[in-house]
Design a protein. Structure first.
Length: 482
């Protein structure tokens, strides 16, 4: 009996720890193999169509999966050799790093003029404008004295803004100032997504406030630089990740968005998405927009879909809007997500992914996913069946011991030939019996779950397995020892 309990404990460890890991690895291997085959097919098509550059890029993505494949590496090298002369590579390199002139330099404003404006605003206690012009000065200043002076004004303005609060102001003015300060601090900390949405909200109510308009413009310009390269997204989503992510996303403006993501991959601290579809509804149920994006990236808990081509400067791959317009998502195509990064991977309802979850992950996930519009029944039945398996292992082991003892041979010599012929069939019979028992439990638990909920189903499971365990122990104890 002690050995049986020990084996049951080992089974629980394998079931909760190693089996999810093996299932996850198997699922990842199947996904990577599928992606690799697609990459090779697409590379061949691109080559036939004369797009050698794209074909080489696809083969390089393949080689990031299967690094030691010399045949594919040789094919990539042949494609490279087929391309036009070496100056094309030079042109591509120059296009990859385009020279972007400063906006203030393009307007013909000198660093000294901007610094003088910063000083004037600082002396006039307009610290928002002072910080703004000091930051512009630092963008184009070359002389050390100008840089030092601009940094001092920028630092002092930030310090003043961090400490002051309008005295004697009414509640509305105080609320405006605190909100502006929040947006200003987000901007200075380079949280441009947060800064943009703060100043965008303020601009709707204070459309003539110069500070609000100034930093809304500044945040917009910075956000246009917040993009990602299509190439890095393609390489990332070729790797294993989470699939079938679907959730309800509630925005601060009162909209409700349904977001579906085919694949989510975490790579070197970044999170990339493949095949993103989103549909947004207003409070009356009307559709604001319905879009699809081939790739996305998580930036400051925003779903950024502003993909840029690394080799062709200025070429972007924005989402396709099937319905509605893109005005709500400009200046870049971005959606603020309500679930945190750690929870996103738990919103996967893909059956293969769920097989890779351990018992603790299943339990934690069922407490949160309902908040984001997902039904928990699929997760609940997997959780109940996972809890059932150790009970079944112990109960069926006890029954097998009882059966083996009752059917033990009583012959002093070799047993008859006919019983020996049925021995190879015994494992198959037992296997199908176990499958029938598991299926019967699944039907019963599914009925209880849908009819009465998770907790009644869990309590029934515990009572039922306790009764079966008691019966199996009594059956074993009733066996004669002679």
């Amino acid at each position: 009996m002690t050995l049986l309990l020990l084996l049951t404990l080992v089974y629980i460890v394998l079931l909760s720890g190693f089996l999810p890991l093996f299932n996850r690895k198997q699922s990842e291997a199947e996904y990577v193999s599928s992606v690799a085959l697609d990459l090779l097919r697409e590379a061949e098509i691109e080559k036939k169509e004369g797009n050698s550059e794209r074909a080489i890029k696809l083969l390089e993505i393949y080689l990031s999966i299967d690094e030691g494949n010399e045949a594919i590496a040789g094919r990539r090298d042949r494609y490279r050799a087929d391309m036009a002369e070496g100056d094309m590579e030079k042109q591509a390199g120059e296009a990859a790093e385009p020279v972007i002139l400063s906006r203030v330099a393009a307007r013909g404003q000198s660093a000294s003029d901007l610094l003088e404006k910063a000083r004037e605003y600082y002396d006039g206690e307009d610290y928002f404008s002072a910080h703004y012009y000091a930051a512009l000065t630092l963008e184009i200043a070359k002389e050390r004295s100008l840089v030092i002076a601009a940094r001092r004004i920028e630092r002092d303005a930030l310090k003043e803004l961090s400490s002051i609060l309008p005295t004697g102001a009414d509640k509305e003015a105080e609320k405006l100032f605190l909100k502006k300060k929040e947006g200003f601090l987000a901007f200075t900390e380079e949280r441009f997504f947060d800064a943009y949405y703060i100043f965008k909200e303020l601009a709707e109510n204070y459309s003539r406030d110069p500070d609000v308009l100034m930093y809304l413009d500044k945040s917009t310009e910075k956000l246009k630089e917040e993009s990602f390269f299509t190439e890095e997204a393609e390489k990332a989503v070729a790797l294993p990740g989470k699939g079938g992510i679907l959730f309800k996303n509630e925005s601060a403006e009162g909209r409700v968005e349904i977001i579906a993501i085919e694949r989510m991959v975490e790579l070197s601290g970044d999170v990339f998405f493949k095949d993103v579809e989103a549909i947004s509804f207003d409070s009356s149920g009307e559709i604001n927009y319905h879009l699809h994006a081939p790739y996305g990236k998580l930036v400051n808990n925003h779903l950024n879909m502003n993909a840029m081509d690394r080799l062709q400067a200025g070429k972007s791959s924005p989402p396709v809007y099937w319905q509605g317009g893109e005005n709500d998502l400009l200046p870049i195509h971005s959606i603020k997500l309500s679930p945190e990064r750690e929870l996103l991977s738990r919103l996967s309802m893909d059956s293969q992914d769920l097989k890779g979850w351990d018992l603790i992950s299943l339990w934690q996930a069922r407490e949160k996913i309902e908040t984001f519009g997902l039904v928990t029944e699929k997760l609940d039945i997997i959780l109940l069946m996972t809890l059932l398996k150790p009970f079944l292992f112990l109960i069926l082991s006890l029954i097998s011991i009882s059966l083996g003892w009752s059917l033990r041979t009583r012959y002093l010599a070799r047993p008859p030939i006919i019983p020996l012929l049925f021995i190879p069939l015994f494992p198959l019979v037992v296997f199908f019996l176990v499958m029938v028992i598991c299926y019967g439990h699944k039907l019963l638990l599914g009925f209880l779950l849908l009819s009465f909920g998770f907790w009644p189903a869990l309590i029934t499971l515990c009572i039922l397995e306790s009764l079966l365990l008691m019966i199996s122990l009594l059956t074993l104890a009733a066996q004669k020892s002679e």
